[in-house]
Ligand binder design. Structure first.
Ligand code: SF4
Length: 321
């Protein structure tokens, strides 16, 4: 097992009160496996990713355990934590501009990352070999004119180019765990498909595990082995992608699948989910999905369901009590 998350809770202190973003989450990721974490905005997906790489903001509080290859991530300090980030776990952020230093050229940033990795691994650093690796990374994400891009500053690049530079850095670093938070949202569909293919190739070639955070089930379907569906900071359903898409069991997953556009769907087949995700400063009692659930029962408004194993799925819903 590569990643083991146990009883994870993440909350943020705000001027309006305590905002609970992730509530007692348990799941594991095997070596070479990819899990797509799906759900609407505000369901806790990104907080989960930030907790795994220990990049939560100062107003965040967290508890539980995040273990990567038996290493307690919340206990890492200083050098160990720096070695963990980038070498073992690499996160591609939703906003790619935040990942790059605006006053350093792309080559400096990519070479610095390569040098840090070599040093941490006790290997010699060779600038020429590192430059070749950086160029290969940029070619890997189908970046036109990689030699020119290497000499540019981030402000001289478009949003899509910046996103590709960040993904190229991940390709060069070859981490054990790649956390990709909406990595293709700034890219056009053809590049999107190429990047998904690349992530799959890296997975196959280096046995890399991938946590893919997205609200787009259709994109996640091409790269994931399992779906972890989150709603209001909790696990709703976890299972193999094919089964979750073809036979979703949790009413929230059913609603998400019904809202995926597909050429085979006729007018009226696309059904949006009524209502909005809850205010996490004051989440609903009982099942958090009950105000929007078409299958709601009396018990749902007062008792939050426990997670149950149903065949090869985990489900949080009273329908499966
Ligand atoms: Fe719907 Fe009740 Fe299941 Fe929640 S527990 S998803 S409200 S049926």
């Amino acid at each position: 097992m590569l990643l083991d998350v146990k009883g994870l809770r993440v909350a943020y202190r705000t001027i309006y009160g305590n905002l609970e973003a992730v509530r007692t989450l348990d799941f594991a990721l095997e070596k070479g496996e990819s899990v797509a974490i799906v759900g609407e905005s505000g369901c806790g997906k990104s907080s989960l990713g930030h907790a795994i790489v220990r990049l939560l903001p100062p107003n965040a509080t967290y508890e539980g355990k995040v273990m990567v290859e038996g290493k307690d991530v919340f206990a890492l300090k200083g050098k160990q934590l720096r070695a963990y980030r980038g070498n073992e776990a690499f996160m591609i952020f939703q906003d790619p501009l935040n990942s790059l230093n605006p006053v350093k050229r792309v080559d400096r940033q990519m070479l610095e990352a390569i040098r840090t990795k070599r040093t941490m691994q006790g290997e010699a650093y060779d600038e020429e070999e590192a430059t070749k690796a950086a160029l290969d990374g940029l070619r890997g994400v189908r970046m036109p004119d990689p030699e020119v891009i290497l000499r540019r500053y981030p402000h001289e690049l478009s949003g899509g180019q910046i996103q590709r530079v960040v993904i190229a850095m991940a390709l060069v670093m070859k981490p054990k765990l790649l956390i990709a938070d909406e990595p293709t949202s700034a890219l056009d569909v053809t590049i999107q498909a190429q990047v998904m293919k690349l992530i799959n190739e890296l997975k196959a070639e280096y046995g890399m595990s991938v946590l893919f955070i997205t609200h787009d089930m259709a994109v996640a379907y091409t790269v994931a082995d399992r779906f972890l569906v989150m709603y209001a900071g909790e696990l709703s359903e976890l299972g193999p992608v094919d089964k979750v898409v073809t036979k979703p069991l949790h009413p929230y997953t059913v609603a998400l699948v019904n809202s995926i556009p597909h050429k085979s769907k006729k007018e009226g087949d696309l059904i949006s989910i009524p209502g909005s995700p809850p205010n996490m400063l004051a989440p609903p009692s009982g099942c958090r999905f009950h105000p929007r659930c078409p299958k709601v029962m009396d018990v749902c408004g007062t008792v939050n369901p426990e997670i149950k194993q149903v065949e090869d799925r985990l489900l949080r819903c009273h329908l499966y009590d």
